[in-house]
Design a binder for this molecule. Structure first.
Ligand SMILES: [Ca+2]
Ligand SMILES: [Ca+2]
Ligand SMILES: [Ca+2]
Ligand SMILES: [Ca+2]
Length: 744
């Protein structure tokens, strides 16, 4: 009988501090739980405590088998850390506390915040002294712990006493959204794109189902607070004309843009639904990444829109998977390792490149030779730093690289991808505490290399630059693309705040720039080289609430592109999909689907090419995936479907309202309204983003013809809708004076 004295304390901090014994939680439903600790810390939460804490105490427990036993010394604290906690829409921090045999401990709780990249402590909330031998429930409003909605990186329970204190216990720590049971419920939130340029024309479509226990007529408003992206409160409507499907179907919709003054950053927006009596409920929509314009120019010989390819090919006529797919792929890639010259196929690079050109693909050759070039010392920065001090090794390597370039020579473009992991390993080594003597973090010029080439310093910077120049000088048709690794700064951009992740990407761009990146043409990035269903890599949250998530990867890629001034190829994207059964060759993954559902997110961030391919044995391949990648690529390359339901309102002076049904193509980019004055006016085009409505202003009286086209991520346009003709009558008296006033 551990809980025989169960009692609830709810702390509601509507200043001044108010402690209400008894159960005051009864007027709210607990809808959304984010469990932080039940019998162990949840995934991604780490123990950073500076006190005596046992995370697996067995007596007393509130629920389950374990609780947290805490024995404070002077001013000590229990500190749990998570890189970037999304608290938007969360109303309370909730936990249970038990005073042990003594009770009466003195402690306070606060959130660890990060404000403009600097760690800060949120407001400290005093906890009522826990009772002896009793579990009490504590609820603290998030708005008291984090009043200005900063990035949350942890929660701390700290002793407020200079003396040691007797052991007490915590259990069932969670963040909850206490919903008003009378208020409208928000569900099925849809947001696309999730990464968007701050250009005030690209549009995010936001949709949500909203129901009210008193019927839909009780719903007064559904809105999103778009101030974090430079807008105000934006209303969502269920009128059939607001990207909300049908009128009165319970689905509300809106479109929002991002103001040009919004910096590259992660932003979180809050949905609010309110009924006629003022009952409100809230829901965060996950993380939006605000894109910065990517760096440099796309190489003129490459496709100027997002394009796709795979690692699957064959010399044998009739057996090439890409050719047989009847999809106009742009790329094909193949990896070569040390000793490629002695492969069964003579002149392998030449043969691969030539057959790719013959099939109208741009070949990408992944050069992965650093690991194998003798002396073999395994994989990693320490080994590579050693072998690069051997003059014979360096020359052997460069001779082979020159043969690669020479076999790739021709009149069509070829991409030579340099050394996956190599740049990452070297930068990582420079960031280790036990880096070799003389090595300076993030400075490749401090690694000695036995290069011995006139005009190039004998260090890693000189070696990297020589590799790029050697290829360019040997094959003027070759584009050189060093490989960038997310982990190169010896930390994971998915497990820090976005501000730190931006900093990491900048450092990696600068490191590669110094190693010839500045002279290169592109950079190659990767999202993961294994299907998550294999258990070899973590799942990413495709809804972009929790890290690891795609928006964070796109932030890193975008920052790399911006800083380096290079566009990117996203390489070796896992092929798996959710219809697979997690057996060899059939592992599940969700990244390929994210790519095909968010092509503009990638392209606007700087990714011009996406190459699919399982990274090792047993990973899903495009020929074992049940046809998913082929089917999605087919849609990507196909022209979009023509929107239906295109209609115009009765003209209101020069204004005419247009609306249409949204198309369902996953790769939709935007709609364009095209209109002209009959009979022979020239066509005017108006981009309306992804909105399915527009108000057009027609400047002259007369018959106007209006059409609509859908545009996909590649820029393919649909067949136009059947034209609508409208007769505009503008009383000249109204507009003539205005025009005259503007004349000098
Ligand atoms: Ca427990
Ligand atoms: Ca209601
Ligand atoms: Ca609707
Ligand atoms: Ca398409």
């Amino acid at each position: 009988m551990r809980n025989n004295f169960f009692k609830t304390i709810v702390i509601i901090f509507i200043c001044p501090l108010l402690v209400i014994p008894g159960n005051t939680g009864s007027t709210k439903n607990q809808e959304n739980y984010n469990i932080i600790y039940d019998d162990a810390l949840a995934l991604s939460w780490d123990d950073w405590s500076w006190t005596d804490v046992d995370w697996a105490a067995i007596d007393p427990v509130h629920t389950g088998n374990h609780s947290v036993a805490v024995t404070y010394g002077s001013w000590e604290g229990v500190y749990i850390h998570k890189s970037d906690v999304d608290t938007l829409g969360i109303t309370h921090l909730q936990f249970f506390i038990h005073g042990g045999v003594t009770g009466n401990q003195n402690l306070e709780v606060y959130m660890n915040l990060e404000v403009n990249g600097i760690a800060q402590t949120g407001p400290r909330i005093q906890i009522p002294a826990p009772l002896a031998n009793t579990w009490s429930e504590v609820q603290i409003m998030i708005s008291d712990l984090n009043p200005t909605n900063e990035i949350v990186t942890g929660i701390t329970w700290q002793s407020t006493s200079r003396n040691s204190q007797p052991t007490f216990y915590l259990d069932d720590i969670s963040m909850v959204s206490l919903e008003d049971p009378d208020g409208p419920t928000i569900s099925d939130v849809f947001v696309s794109p999730r990464s968007i340029p701050a250009d005030e024309s690209s549009t995010i479509i936001l949709r949500s189902r909203v129901n009210d226990p008193h019927g839909s007529e009780d719903i007064a408003s559904v809105s999103v607070d778009a101030r974090p992206v430079g807008n105000g409160i934006v209303q969502l409507y269920d009128n059939g004309k607001s990207n909300d499907y049908l009128a009165n179907d319970g689905i509300y919709g809106a479109s929002i843009t991002v103001s040009t003054s919004t910096p590259a950053s992660e932003r979180r927006l809050l949905l609010t639904a309110e009924d006629l009596e003022g009952h409100q409920n809230f829901r965060g929509i996950g993380t939006i990444y605000v894109i910065t314009p990517p760096g440099g120019e796309t190489p003129s010989v490459l496709p100027q829109q997002i394009s796709y390819g795979t690692n699957t090919w064959s010399f044998t006529p009739g057996e090439d998977w890409q050719v047989n797919s009847n999809i106009p792929w742009n790329y094909v890639y193949q990896r070569i390792t040390w000793g490629w010259e002695s492969l069964e196929i003579n002149n392998f690079v030449s043969q691969f490149v030539q057959q790719a050109w013959a099939k109208n693909y741009i070949p990408l050759v992944t050069v992965y030779m650093m690991r194998g070039v003798p002396p073999d010392c395994g994989e990693g920065g320490e080994c590579y730093a050693q072998k690069l001090q051997n003059a014979a090794t360096v020359q052997d390597y460069l001779d082979s690289l020159e043969r690669v370039a020479s076999e790739a020579r021709g009149t069509k473009p070829v991409i030579i991808q340099l050394e996956p992991d190599f740049y990452g390993f070297m930068q990582q080594l420079s960031n280790l505490d036990n880096r070799p003597p003389g090595i300076v973090p993030n400075d490749p010029s401090t690694f000695p290399v036995a290069l011995n080439k006139i005009g190039y310093p004998d260090n890693l910077a000189g070696f990297g630059r020589y590799m790029v120049d050697l290829i360019h000088n040997t094959a003027s048709n070759a584009l050189v693309a060093p490989s960038a690794s997310e982990w190169a700064t010896n930390s994971d951009p998915q497990s820090v705040t976005y501000i730190s992740a931006i900093d990491m990407a900048k450092k990696t761009a600068v490191f590669i720039d110094q190693m010839g990146g500045s002279q290169a043409d592109l950079l190659v990035v990767g999202w993961s080289d294994r299907d998550a269903g294999s258990g070899l890599r973590p799942w990413w949250d495709e809804t972009d609430y929790e890290t690891p998530r795609p928006t964070r990867a796109i932030l890193w890629d975008n920052t790399l592109s911006k800083t380096s001034g290079k566009y990117l190829i996203l390489w070796q994207v896992p092929v798996g999909n959710m219809s697979q059964d997690n057996t060899c060759g059939h592992y599940q993954d969700n990244r390929a689907k994210y790519v095909f559902d968010h092509p503009r997110d990638l392209f606007d961030a700087g990714i011009i090419g996406v190459l699919f391919g399982g990274g090792t044995d047993c990973m899903t391949q495009v020929y074992t995936d049940g046809g998913f990648v082929a089917q999605q690529a087919k849609i990507a390359y196909a022209t979009p479907s023509t929107p239906d339901g295109f209609e115009a309102s009765v003209p209101d002076g020069p204004y005419i309202s247009l609306n249409w049904n949204e198309t369902t193509d996953p790769d939709l980019w935007k709609y364009k309204v095209e209109y002209r004055l009959l009979p022979d006016g020239s066509t005017i085009t108006r981009n309306v983003g992804r909105k399915n409505n527009d108000v057009l202003r027609l400047l002259f009286s007369g018959l106007w013809e209006i059409q609509l086209v859908a545009v996909d991520a590649m820029g393919n346009q649909s067949t136009p809708t059947s034209p609508i003709t409208v007769d505009i009558v503008i009383p000249g008296m109204i507009y003539l004076p205005a025009i005259l006033q503007k004349s000098p």
